[in-house]
Write a protein that binds this ligand. Structure first.
Ligand code: PRP
Length: 178
């Protein structure tokens, strides 16, 4: 798979170090609260698995699956829920866990949707942020890495459902998708 990459952007060690730092902040911010981590499938599963094991405060976990709105077409930002939350989040402190914040459309939709269920709070934790691509104003509360606008895969992120199993994040070589 290395031949499909232009270069490694973030090593497994760099990612783990940053997750430990972010988890430390989460531990402080959520001490004594009723935390529910909500992972948005599928890209965030690897990040979720590492982040939750670095978090030391009590928490529950849940998963959401949403349909992709089709990034290459003009989008209304409409997102379809394919799998809703299993547990009620009323009065809970919800932390959405995502792999990447890009246009912001998916996440702003999800954050608005959460609010309907009357949680005590809703915040966003993203592994990667591509601020250059933003179309909707949304800022993550916790962000591990702000990255340039390049096609990245690995550590949960895919191209055509492949490369999610890479333990690091790499820039996909142009010949793979061009
Ligand atoms: C990615 C990511 C976010 C969304 C971000 O999911 O996990 O959900 O795109 O993009 P946006 O900021 O432009 O809305 P994707 O649709 O690739 O699905 P996946 O997680 O199953 O790979």
């Amino acid at each position: 798979m290395m031949g499909d990459l232009e270069r490694v952007l973030l090593t497994a060690e760099e990612i783990q170090q940053k997750i430990d730092d972010i988890a430390q902040r989460i531990n402080e911010d959520y001490a004594g609260k009723d935390l529910v981590l909500v992972s948005v499938l599928k890209g965030s599963v690897v990040f979720m698995a590492d982040l939750m094991r670095a978090i030391r405060v009590r928490c529950a976990i849940d998963f959401l699956a949403v349909s992709s709105y089709g990034k290459n077409t003009t989008s209304t930002g409409a997102v379809k829920i394919l799998k809703d939350l299993d547990m009620p989040i009323e009065n809970k402190d919800v932390l959405i866990v995502e792999d990447i914040l890009d246009s912001g459309m998916t996440l702003s939709y999800i954050m608005n949707l959460m609010v309907v269920h009357k949680p005590a709070s809703v915040r966003l934790c993203t592994l990667l942020d591509k601020p250059a691509r933003r179309r909707v104003p949304i800022t993550p509360n916790y962000c591990c890495f702000s990255i340039p606008d390049e096609f990245v895969v690995g550590y949960g992120l895919d191209y055509n459902e492949q490369y999610r199993n890479l333990p690091y994040i790499g820039v996909l070589a142009r010949h793979v998708y061009a």
